[in-house]
Design a protein around this ligand. Sequence first.
Ligand code: SF4
Length: 333
Amino acid sequence: MYNATNTLKCTERNSDIFSCFENTLWQFDRIQVLKNDTLRIKVTNNCPLTCNFCHHEGNLKSKNLVLNQDLIHGLKRLHTELKLMQAHLTGGEPTSYPHCRELISELKSIGYRVKMTSNGQFDSDLIMQLKDAGLDGVNFSVHTLDPQKLCSLQIQQKNNVWGLHALNRQLRNIQKALESGLEVKINTVVQNDSDIHDTLKIKDHCKNMGVSFRILNDLKQGSFSIKRIDEVLKSMSARLECINLVDKSSSYSLIMISQDGFKFKIKCIRKNILETLCEGCKERNNCMEWFYGIRIEQADDTAVVRLCMQRQDYPAIQTFEEFFTSKQFWEIL
Ligand code: SF4
C-alpha cells in the first residue's frame, strides 16, 4: 500500500500549479495506486512527421529494433521476473517499423498486452493487419484539428495541402481503429497559449466520438506547459475526480470531469528517483522525467535497456545481460 507521506511527496511537485488540486491533497480516498507493469519498446527512430516537441524516447540515433532470439529472451525475462504485463510500442512512428506485425505476435505469445503510440500517418489497411497480429490498442497523438497549425508544429517546412492531407489521414485512421474494435485513446500535448483552443476542440471531438482523451505536458517546457494545461482546465470548468499514481514510476494521472460531463485524463510527472541510478547524477537539477519505467531500444549491435531519457551512459543504458544482474534490477524488483 502507498502511504500518505509518500503520496504528499509525489504530488507536491505540481500542487501549486494545478488549481484543481485545491482541497484535494488530504483526501487520500481519492488516490489510487497502480502497479508499474508497462514496458516501452522503441521500435524505430523513423517517422513521417517532425513534431517540434518529440523527445524520441531519449535517443535520436537508435536503430530499427532487431527481432532476434536475444531480444525475445530479454522480453520474456522482463515479463516473468519483473511482471511487466503491457508492452507499449513507441518510436519514431511504430507503423514505420517493417517488423511491427512479427513483433506484436511475439509479444502476445510471451503474454504481453500490446499497445502503441501512433500519429496515424499510415496506410489504413495496416490497422486490421496489426489487430490480427494481436494489437490491443492505439494511443493516437493529435495536437490540433487545424491543418495550418499542424504544419507549424513541424520542424520540416510543410504547406497547407500537406497539412490537410495529414490531418484527414489521421482522423480516417482513428475512425478505422475504432471500427476495428481496438482500444483507442487520443493524446494531446499542450506546449503554450496557442494550444489551449486546439485542446478544447480536440476534447469536444473526443466527446462526440466517445473516445478516451488524455492531455500531456511538454516535458522540455516543464511547469510552463503545465500552467497552460491549468488554463485548459479552467476553460472547461473541470473538476478533479481522482488521482492515479503509478508505483515506482514518475508517472501519475489526474482523472478530470469537464462541466459538460466528459471524463478525461491529464498525464503528469512526479519526482521519482531510482537511487542506484540517480545518486550523484549531474542532470539531477534539470531532470525532466525522473525514473519513469523501463524502455528498450536498439543500439548499434544489440537491444539495450534504457532507464533514463536524459543520459546516454551506463547505468542509464545497459545490455540485457548487464541489467538482469544490476543494482537497478534489484531496486526495481
Ligand atoms: S537525469 Fe536520469 S539519472 Fe539523472 S536524476 Fe534524472 S532520471 Fe535520474
